[in-house]
Design a protein around this ligand. Structure first.
Ligand SMILES: NC(=O)c1ccc[n+]([C@@H]2O[C@H](COP(=O)([O-])OP(=O)(O)OC[C@H]3O[C@@H](n4cnc5c(N)ncnc54)[C@H](O)[C@@H]3O)[C@@H](O)[C@H]2O)c1
Ligand SMILES: O=C(O)C[C@H](O)C(=O)O
Length: 350
């Protein structure tokens, strides 16, 4: 359960260059990887695909959606970077979109409107994710699958159950993307303490919805101290930051631009680790061995095969222990819903 300070340090050192790497095309890296974005025409999908297209880590960028991908693909393909863009539209083209992929990023699915919880998206997005992951199981079973589609607390267990049913499950390769929680926590802490946000790292554990988002403000790097009032205010803001955006967008969707950045940051970290870079750490929501939860987000060390290990939750403050206690019912319920849905989905598709 203990964190490794050296690895955290290497994470922090790796963050700043990553923020400016989007436009870095000067040198040709030794390795390049194939990446698919499923839901590539959406609010997240388009800016995420743009950021990926700018990366020298990627040789092939495969864009899939049920609509508009041909236009998005034609547009992106004119950018003078190495990644070769191919666009696929509709179910008949899904298999081709996935063959040979090293990383599949899934932002496909409906977003929230004001007044909705992420769990309210379950009925629509559960089937979308199950269908897309079924296609991954058949066409790129060894790819890392990064799930952005909400409710992440449930869509990740669904993905895992689908992969298990196809006998291709590898727990190192199914990850829920919680990077946006880390991005927000770093921004808000930096603002509160007058720090450079690119140098701040806040581990965020648990899940990705309301109370299940648990920022570890006792483990911020560089170390900072907070009053009880600051702890409460910052924690609430981080837990409700998604809702802050949903309300500000007033019916026009949820976070897309900050999520595209977070998704790109997560993808670059995974790709660098697949290429052999050591000490790559990002938080993510995965099948958990060392906590009481079946799935839990922690800082993760990535390697050549995906997640190498969870770095655990470290030493928690009393405040953080109480936050976990408060999250228990919701997180376990979300996980259970995902597993139950997958059972029914798989039974129907036999
Ligand atoms: N993990 C996170 O931190 C995080 C952050 C922001 C948003 N999200 C979630 O990401 C999802 C997408 O958000 P958005 O704002 O991009 O929504 P959007 O509606 O703008 O885009 C979704 C895209 O998915 C496509 N799509 C729908 N069904 C599909 C299918 N079966 N196969 C392929 N593509 C399909 C749609 O055509 C659309 O282009 C939502 O569920 C949202 O809640 C997660
Ligand atoms: O809030 C949402 O519904 C989208 C996403 O999960 C977020 O955290 O911004």
């Amino acid at each position: 359960m203990n964190q490794t300070p050296a690895l955290l340090k290497s994470f922090i050192l790796s963050v700043t260059p990553k923020l400016i790497r989007y436009a870095s095309t000067a040198s040709t890296p030794a390795h390049t990887k194939r990446v698919a974005v499923l839901g590539a025409s959406g609010g997240i999908g388009q800016p995420l695909s743009l950021l990926l297209k700018l990366s020298p880590l990627i040789s092939d960028l495969s864009l899939y959606d049920i609509q508009h991908t041909k236009g998005v693909g034609a547009d992106l393909s004119h950018i003078e970077t190495r990644a070769k863009v191919k666009a696929y539209v509709g179910k008949d083209e899904l298999a081709d979109a996935l063959k040979g992929m090293d990383l599949v990023v899934i932002p496909a699915g409906v977003p929230r409107k004001p007044g909705m919880t992420r769990d309210d998206l379950f009925n629509t997005n559960a089937t979308i994710v199950a269908d897309l992951v079924t296609a991954c199981a058949k066409n790129c079973p060894r790819a890392v699958i990064a799930i952005i589609a909400n409710p992440v607390n449930s869509t990740v267990p669904i993905a895992a159950e689908v992969m298990k049913a196809h006998n291709v499950y590898d727990e190192k390769k199914i990850v829920g993307v919680t990077t946006l929680d880390v991005v927000r926590a770093s921004t808000f802490v930096a603002e509160a303490k007058g720090l450079d946000p690119t140098r701040v790292f806040v581990p965020v554990i648990g899940g990705h919805s309301g109370n299940t988002i648990i920022p570890l403000l006792s483990q911020v790097s560089p170390p900072v101290s907070f009053s009880q009032q600051e702890l409460t205010t910052l924690t609430n803001r981080i837990q409700n930051a998604g809702t802050e955006v949903v309300e500000a967008k007033a019916g026009a969707g949820s976070a897309t631009l900050s999520m595209a950045h977070a998704g790109a940051r997560f993808s670059f970290s995974v790709l660098e680790a697949l290429n052999g870079k050591e000490g790559v750490v990002e938080c993510g929501y995965i099948s958990s061995q060392e906590t009481e939860f079946k799935y839990f987000a922690t800082p993760l060390l990535f390697g050549r095969n995906g997640v190498e290990k969870s770095m655990g939750v470290g030493k928690l403050s009393e405040f953080e222990t109480k936050l976990i206690e408060k999250a228990k019912k919701e997180l376990n319920g979300n996980i259970q819903n995902g597993v139950e849905f997958a059972k029914q989905y798989l039974a129907k598709s036999k």
